[in-house]
Design a protein around this ligand. Structure first.
Ligand code: F0G
Length: 470
C-alpha cells in the first residue's frame, strides 16, 4: 500500500526568498492602472470598466532577486518526484508565479503535465524540418481550460461562493462543472443552443451543472450572464476572471521546462475569446522579467476566417479599437465575435512581435486531419494552428530554420461529429465548391460497411494496400 503524505505544506513557504513577508497579489486595471484588493462581480474595473489583471507587487521591488530563477527551476524539478497533490498538479507545481494559496483551499484534478509531441507529418506539410505541439487537450477534462479553472474555482470556494457560472462554447463549461463538483459547489452553464458539441455538453451534464441552452450565440450568452452575476450571488468563471488567466499561464512555464528553458522562435495559438493567448503571453513576459528565460518567443494568434474579430482589429486599426463580427465557423469552440480579452491579446502581439492570421473552413478541416495523421488528433479549433502556420511559412514570417510550437487546445474526442462528417465527406454539404473540397479527399477515410466474411475483409485490405503503393 502507498503511504500518503500527511504533513501539511505551506505553499508560499517554499519560495526561495530573502524576505519572510510576501505581499499578496493584487488586481490591476489594464485600462487605467488602478489597483484593487478585491474584484467586482463581473471582474471589470469599478472606475473605467476595463479588464483586470493579476500583478505581484513584490516582483517590482529592487529586491527582485527574491525569486531566484535557478532555485525556482530546481524547486519545480524536485516537485515532479513529490506525491503531494499540489505538487502533482502541473499548475500548482509552479505556484511561486501564482496567487498564494493554502493547499487545503486548492481544488485540483492533477491538471497540466501535458505532453510535448514531435509532429513529423505536420512539419512536412508546413514545409519545416521540425515541428512540436504541446497538447493541452490532454488535461483532465480534455481541454486547456482546466489549468485556469483549478485556480479560479479555488478562489470561488475560498471566497465562500455556493454557485459558479460561465457562458461557454463548451470546453469552459465542461471544465467548470468538473471543478465545481470536485469543490462541492453548484454550477450554472449558459451555452448557445445547437452550437456546442455533444462531447462537451455531456460532460457538463455528467458533472451536475444546471445547463441552459440559450437561443443565441456565445456572445449573447455572455451578455445575459453579465447581468445574472450582477443580480445573483454567483461567481463568474469566464476568462475575464483574471485568476483563470493566471492558471493558464502555467502551460507556458511547463513548456519552457520541457524545452530546458530555451524559448522557441514561435508559439502558435488559436484565438477565440482571447484569454489563452493573453495568458501564454503574460507568462512569457513574466518569465523574462524574472530571468527564467532570456528572450521572448513570437506569440501568433490564428482565428477562423468566420470568427476573425482580432484579425480585423489588427488589420483595420492596428489594435486600437475592437472590430466585432457575427461569428460563424464549424470550429464551434472559437465561434466568438466579440472577444473579451482582445486588449490583452493586442498587448501580447505587440510585446512579442507576433502576428495574426485567419484560416478558412476547408483549411481547418485539412489541418485537423493532418494532425490526426501524426497519431495525435485534436478538436477543430486547435487545428487552426497548423492551418495558420502553413500560411505564416509561405509568407516568410516563420522561416524554415526556426523552432515552432503549436498549442493544441482540445482533445479529438470533444467533437467526434466533426471528424465523422469530415471522413464521410458531408462536412460542408454543398456549402463549399467541389474544387475546394477536392484537396480533402486524400485524407478522408469513411468507415466501410461489409458482409461479415473473411474474403470481404481481405479484399478491402488488399485494395487499401494497393492504394498506398500508388
Ligand atoms: N480552443 C478550444 C478548444 C477552445 O475551447 C477555446 C475556447 C479556444 C481554443 C480559444 O481560446 O477563448 O482563450 O481564445 N473556448 C471557450 C469555451 C470560449 O467557452 O470553452 P480563447
Amino acid at each position: 500500500m502507498v503511504n500518503l503524505p500527511l504533513a501539511p505544506i505551506r505553499m508560499t513557504d517554499q519560495v526561495p526568498s530573502k524576505s519572510n513577508s510576501i505581499r499578496p497579489s493584487q488586481l490591476r486595471c489594464i485600462g487605467c492602472d488602478r489597483v484593487f484588493e478585491k474584484a467586482t462581480q463581473n471582474f471589470r474595473c469599478a472606475h473605467c470598466g476595463d479588464l483586470l489583471e493579476i500583478v505581484y507587487p513584490d516582483w517590482n521591488t529592487s529586491d527582485a532577486a527574491r525569486l531566484d530563477a535557478a532555485k525556482l527551476k530546481d524547486l519545480w524539478r524536485q516537485r515532479r518526484g513529490s506525491r503531494f497533490p499540489v505538487d502533482e498538479s502541473g499548475v500548482w507545481r509552479f505556484r511561486e508565479l501564482l496567487p498564494s494559496f493554502g493547499e487545503k483551499d486548492v481544488i485540483s484534478l492533477r491538471e497540466g503535465n501535458t505532453p510535448l509531441y514531435e509532429m513529423p507529418n505536420c512539419a512536412r506539410v508546413a514545409g519545416l524540418p521540425q515541428l512540436y505541439a504541446k497538447h493541452q487537450g490532454m488535461n483532465p477534462t480534455g481541454s486547456f481550460k482546466d489549468t485556469g479553472m483549478t485556480v479560479a474555482a479555488s478562489v470561488a470556494r475560498r471566497e465562500g461562493f455556493r454557485w459558479v457560472s460561465c457562458a461557454s462554447t463548451g470546453n469552459t463549461s465542461a471544465s467548470m462543472a468538473a471543478y465545481a463538483a470536485r469543490g462541492g459547489m453548484r454550477s450554472l452553464v449558459l451555452i448557445p443552443e445547437g452550437k456546442v458539441s455533444w462531447g462537451k455538453l455531456s460532460q457538463a451534464l455528467d458533472y451536475g451543472a444546471v445547463t441552459c441552452q440559450l437561443k443565441t450565440d456565445f456572445d449573447g450568452c455572455m451578455r445575459v450572464l453579465n447581468e445574472v452575476v450582477q443580480r445573483m450571488s454567483v461567481y463568474l468563471l469566464n476568462s475575464v476572471n483574471p485568476y483563470r488567466i493566471e492558471g493558464q499561464k502555467t502551460a507556458a512555464i511547463e513548456l519552457m521546462e520541457q524545452l530546458d528553458w530555451q524559448p522557441p522562435d514561435h508559439i502558435i495559438v488559436p484565438g477565440g475569446n482571447l484569454g489563452n493567448s493573453s495568458a501564454l503571453g503574460k507568462a512569457f513576459i513574466e518569465m523574462r522579467r524574472l530571468g527564467l528565460i532570456s528572450r521572448l518567443p513570437k506569440v501568433s494568434i490564428i482565428q477562423a476566417a468566420g470568427a476573425n474579430a482580432l484579425v480585423r482589429t489588427m488589420r483595420e486599426n492596428g489594435g486600437s479599437e475592437l472590430v466585432t463580427v457575427h461569428a460563424e465557423t464549424a470550429a464551434s469552440a472559437i465561434r466568438i465575435g466579440n472577444p473579451a480579452s482582445w486588449k490583452k491579446a493586442v498587448t501580447v502581439l505587440e510585446a512579442t512581435s507576433g502576428t495574426v492570421e485567419e484560416v478558412s473552413e476547408v483549411e481547418i478541416a485539412l489541418a485537423k486531419a493532418e494532425i490526426g495523421a501524426d497519431g495525435i488528433g485534436c478538436e477543430p479549433a486547435s487545428a487552426v494552428t497548423l492551418a495558420g502556420l502553413k500560411k505564416l511559412v509561405k509568407q516568410g514570417f516563420v522561416k524554415p530554420g526556426e523552432s515552432v510550437i503549436l498549442i493544441l487546445t482540445g482533445h479529438l474526442l470533444k467533437d467526434p461529429e466533426f471528424t465523422l462528417k469530415f471522413h464521410r465527406g458531408d462536412l460542408f454539404a454543398g456549402a463549399v465548391s467541389e474544387k475546394e473540397v477536392s484537396i480533402l479527399r486524400p485524407q478522408q477515410r469513411a468507415p466501410i460497411v461489409l458482409d461479415a466474411t473473411v474474403d470481404a475483409v481481405v479484399q478491402t485490405l488488399k485494395a487499401a494496400d494497393d492504394q498506398l503503393e500508388l
